[in-house]
Design a protein around this ligand. Structure first.
Ligand code: ACO
Length: 408
């Protein structure tokens, strides 16, 4: 609504919607979540089907370009990512400048900053008066694939630096999952050479579940930045700042920390009482969209079942399951529709697969990049619109009352 008020100044309807609970910021044809029925579809395809029949690179293609790839499309996508995996010297030096016990998150931002400092195309796009990527979707596609590569290399370098071990060059023909493990130096214990095929197969599936989740806080953060027409690597840095926050991606870390502190299922009821007194949140529980159990949990449980030998005796799995059991019957959680989200078991599973806590969110963010970048590409085909929410001013009346109302 926009009509002139008594003083001639246009009156606009402004809605206060804390946390944007009821406000959509764009139309999207990528991911559909039904939070009441507990379903997720990527481009109309159920994640359960994709999980069973496809790998992560298929899903990447599906999310970004709208179709499952042909063999040659898949090969070309992989080749483009792999050609950008090798880090320039300034990126290596940037990561090496951090203390080995530094937190992962600032290292990620620094590593990506170093990457864009030597990416001429990204700089040109920011300094051009014309919207580079909108005018040339081919350039946008190459920037998407480079961004994925930059991020994968950055986290591999961080992993190696923190553990004082050498960074391994990627395999030019390898998959993204395989190359991440290779660059991190996580090798098949049987051969000591390439990545462990079983671990690769498991991550190919797990990553599908995290590849997109419609307008999450981090995707919205990324798109907010992207609406200024910055380049996609810079935009994902904004998304990552959100992704590492405790109520969002960072929850996975805190959920795992809590499992470790509880140690034994017998302490779960006491822990839940502390949560109910609102002294802390139960991380890995609750979701803005799901009012039912997160459907990704059942698929993570399938993976856990398949990896029984690795996880069965892990006492933390028993703690996670006990939390779910107790919370599911407790009035506090039932009355607020709070159910387990994917982080409750996701954190546990990553750790059971041998990943250390400091790298888990960073790896999950890699698996989310296809979704974020698919949304970015989708905005390129819509009219330019800077994201700029309003506020409802509630401070003191402006002191200067001398301004005369404008008459039209
Ligand atoms: N533990 C305890 N209480 C909770 C939790 C929780 N995990 N989540 C929500 N509540 C309570 C709130 O205290 C509030 O209670 P009230 O009505 O008495 O005030 C009520 O439930 C509603 O909470 P909101 O924060 O308004 O709900 P919202 O939909 O905004 O929150 C969120 C969603 C942030 C995910 C929340 O459930 C939470 O903090 N969960 C823990 C963090 C987490 O696991 N995040 C990961 C989400 S999935 C992802 O992003 C990858």
């Amino acid at each position: 609504i926009s009509s002139p008020g008594d003083d001639g100044i246009p009156q606009k309807l402004t809605i206060l919607d804390n946390g944007f609970e009821n406000t959509a910021c764009m139309e999207s044809a990528i991911t559909h979540i039904d939070g009441y029925r507990g379903t997720v579809h990527y481009r109309g395809m159920a994640i359960e089907d994709l999980f069973r029949d496809n790998d992560f690179e298929d899903v990447l293609h599906l999310l970004v370009w709208g179709n499952l790839p042909t063999a040659s499309q898949k090969k070309a996508t992989r080749a483009s990512i792999n050609s950008a995996l090798v880090p320039p010297k300034n990126v290596i030096n940037t990561i090496a400048a951090f203390p080995r016990d530094a937190e992962t998150y600032p290292m990620v931002i620094a590593g990506l900053s170093a990457f864009i400092a030597s990416d001429k195309a990204a700089r040109d796009s920011r300094q051009s008066q014309k919207p580079t990527y909108r005018n040339d979707l081919n350039k946008a596609d190459q920037a998407i694939l480079r961004t994925i590569a930059y991020y994968a290399t950055t986290i591999a370098l961080i992993h190696c630096h923190k553990r004082n071990k050498p960074f391994t060059k990627p395999d030019p023909k390898g998959s993204l999952v395989g190359n991440l493990l290779l660059m991190m130096g996580i090798l098949d214990p049987a051969t000591g050479k390439g990545p462990d095929p079983e671990l690769v197969a498991c991550l190919e599936k797990l990553w599908i579940l995290y590849a997109d989740h419609e307008m999450t806080n981090s995707t919205a953060g990324m798109l907010h930045a992207a609406s200024t027409l910055t380049d996609p690597t810079s935009a994902i840095m904004a998304g990552l700042v959100c992704g590492f926050g405790p109520l969002h991606g960072g929850a996975i870390d805190l959920a795992y920390k809590a499992l470790g502190e509880i140690k034994d299922p017998k302490y779960v009821p006491g822990f839940i009482e502390v949560v109910k007194q609102k002294k802390m949140r139960l991380f890995g529980y609750g979701h803005r969209i799901y009012k039912t159990r997160d459907p990704r949990l059942a698929l993570i449980e399938e993976l856990i079942e398949k990896s029984k030998d690795k996880v069965a005796d892990n006492p933390l799995l028993k703690v996670a399951l006990a939390i779910d059991r107790v919370a599911n019957q407790d009035e506090y959680f039932v009355s607020r529709n709070l159910k387990a989200n994917a982080d409750l078991l996701g954190c546990f599973f990553y750790s059971a697969l041998g990943f250390e806590r400091d790298m888990i969110i960073a790896i999950i963010c890699l698996s989310r990049l296809p979704g974020g970048l698919a949304h970015w590409r989708e905005t390129l085909e819509k009219p330019i619109k800077l994201w700029r929410p309003r506020q409802i001013y509630s401070g003191p009346k402006p002191a200067d009352q001398t301004i005369q109302p404008r008459r039209q």
